[in-house]
Ligand binder design. Structure first.
Ligand code: ADP
Ligand code: MG
Length: 564
């Protein structure tokens, strides 16, 4: 290597390294999963680029990952013959975290080891997980198509700095060598590495190879042979038959495609034949990513065409309200050179999107019915996004509506667990509307004076305080033939729900209040449209309402906040 150069990590990398080593130590073998996952991604990328530029393969199209260890040197090496890195790419990708939402991520760290480990896991530590077991990491890489002497040497002790230099490398691709910490000798064993790798890489579609070993009775230990053997199944997981895939393999594959450390909540795996032919393996994560509402956040699933990786985050394959879904769609119809632009127009993509949406909705329905506790957890994490679906996906509005959960005056607590069907089953004789109140917070909704008469009459009201609620109700006006009606709107017709004696009493009261009304009207003047006697209030003397056709005060505030 020549012309060494020492550079500093981005601040976030330093912070992350420190935290990660401490929080993830109990799960330290995940470094193998991350490095094998990166090697596999690198091979996928090469295969993709080689569609247009076959010369990148340099005559060697057999993509593979080799894992080896050296007991004397106390190192483990993970080598791939994938796309490789240029020096600039190594500096950019191994020295920084180029993810959106990095700031929010750091602001959420609490110092609580367990919570932080979970968050770090969600964020995805990837390459840096090497430093959990290594006190020095060396990367040597050559990008496919670059000359042999245009390789890069990268090295770091994970202390805030890294060194880069030019070097030579005969084979294309990347080799990552971990210099193990003193206490990590366990990993210097073919048996141990195989055990971990089988667990973490069985779903990887390329062969992961290790040198064969044999017991040497003279030396009294395992001795490596020159021959290499494949230690995983090395076929794309989604192409295998469902009954040949274990839950553990599904789970590991999820972690690979989603960059999530946690197990998935549920998945659906199907081969679709007919007009459009594709395989889908789609997962629901357990937790929302911290950048769920970030417009630039990655979203979507991995797209393959006939098992060739085409792109990450193909957002066209699912509607935006299902942006948290992760997984793979492998199409038999799309051309290999399909671009994001083509995806937007394609009829095949349209039918994949429709089919995948239906599958996810079925998965959610199944979850709601058969694993209600898990569905409740799902709703807490992703409910607000699902609500977007009521306006975004009119074709499935009915199905989405049944998946909705609300807080209501029935339980009077903030937990959203009331379905619209529950609400309807509790509707009073003569009630023909679904009543709701919106506010900025649950407490404000629950304490709204507009609720008084409803509580008195025993009429249930949905308590809506999510940002998306007003928007949702502007698209979603009816369910099961019943309109949504705000309790804050004027001219509420509760007549049908009032008995004769009460009506008579109300009329008398209204009559006796006429002089008061006149005085109020004169003194309030222009600031109000009208002053009316109401039967809505029980404890409060007065309240402000908006006209039947006016914008609600809550929405008005939101619009003002948005500068409109
Ligand atoms: P992620 O895999 O989520 O992108 P990582 O931290 O695992 O994040 O890796 C960071 C980046 O480093 C990758 O996106 C890739 O650009 C680069 N990289 C890591 N390992 C390899 C490899 N074996 N070959 C080529 N590039 C790699
Ligand atoms: Mg990675």
């Amino acid at each position: 290597k020549k012309a060494e150069e020492t550079l500093g990590f981005q601040t976030e990398v330093k912070q992350l390294l420190h935290l990660m080593i401490h929080s993830l130590y109990s799960n330290k073998e995940i470094f193998l999963r991350e490095l094998v996952s990166n090697a596999s991604d690198a091979c996928d990328k090469l295969r993709f680029e080689a569609i247009d530029k076959p010369e990148l393969l340099e005559g060697g199209a057999d993509l593979e990952i080799r894992v080896s260890y050296d007991k004397e040197a106390r190192t483990i090496t993970i080598a791939d013959n994938g796309i490789g890195l240029t020096k600039a790419e190594a500096v950019a990708n191994l020295g920084t975290i180029a993810r959106s939402g990095t700031k929010e991520f750091f602001s959420q760290l609490s110092g609580d080891k367990q919570k932080d480990a979970q968050l770090i896991g969600q964020f995805g530590v990837g390459f840096y997980s090497s430093f959990i077991v290594a006190d020095k990491v060396t990367v040597v890489s050559r990008r496919a198509g670059e000359p042999v002497d245009q390789a890069v040497f990268w090295e770091s002790e994970g202390q805030g700095e890294f060194t880069v230099a030019d070097t030579e490398k005969a084979e294309r691709g990347t080799s990552v060598t971990l210099h193990l910490r003193a206490e990590e000798d366990d990993f210097l064993s073919g048996w141990k590495l195989r055990e971990v790798l089988r667990r973490y890489s069985d779903h990887i579609s390329l062969p992961v190879l290790m040198q064969k070993e044999e017991y040497d009775s003279e030396k009294g230990e395992q001795v490596k042979k020159d021959e290499w053997e494949t230690i995983n199944q090395a076929s794309a997981l989604w192409t295998r038959a469902k009954n040949e895939i274990t839950d553990e393999q599904y789970t590991e594959f999820y972690k690979h495609v989603s960059h999530d450390f946690e197990e998935p909540l549920a998945w659906t795996h199907n081969r679709v034949e007919g007009r459009s032919e594709y395989t889908q393996l789609l997962y629901l994560p357990k937790h929302a990513p911290f950048d769920l509402y970030d417009r630039d956040a990655r979203r979507g699933v991995k797209l393959y065409v006939k098992r060739v990786f085409i792109m990450d985050d193909a957002e066209q394959l699912l509607p935006s309200y299902l942006r948290f879904v992760r997984g793979v769609i492998d199409s038999a119809d799309l051309p290999l050179n399909v671009s994001r632009e083509i995806l937007q127009e394609s009829r095949d993509v349209k039918s994949i999107r429709e089919g995948s949406t239906k599958r996810i909705l079925s998965l959610l329905e199944d979850l709601a019915e058969n694993r209600p506790e898990d569905y409740a957890g799902f709703w807490t994490e992703f409910g607000q996004v699902i609500k977007e679906g009521t306006g975004e996906d009119m074709a499935n509005q009915e199905r989405i509506a049944k998946l909705l959960r609300f807080a209501s005056t029935h339980n009077d607590d903030a937990i959203q667990n009331v379905t619209l069907a529950d609400y309807i089953s509790r509707m009073k004789e003569g009630q023909d509307a679904i009543y709701y109140v919106t506010a900025d917070t649950f407490a404000a909704a629950k304490n709204s004076p507009h609720l008084e008469i409803f509580r008195k009459k025993g009429l249930e009201v949905l308590l809506l305080s999510d940002r998306v609620d007003e928007w949702m109700l502007s698209h979603f006006r009816q369910f099961d033939g019943k309109s949504f009606v705000s309790v804050a709107k004027g001219g509420l017709d509760l007549d049908k729900l009032t008995d004769e004696a009460e009506k008579k009493h109300q009329e008398e009261v209204a009559e006796s209040l006429k002089p008061l009304l006149e005085r109020l009207k004169t003194s309030l003047g222009e600031s109000v449209k009208e002053v009316k006697v109401t039967n809505r209030l029980v404890d409060s003397p007065a309240c402000v309402v908006v006209g039947q056709n006016d914008v609600s005060p809550h929405l008005l505030r939101l619009l003002k906040a948005a500068g409109q």
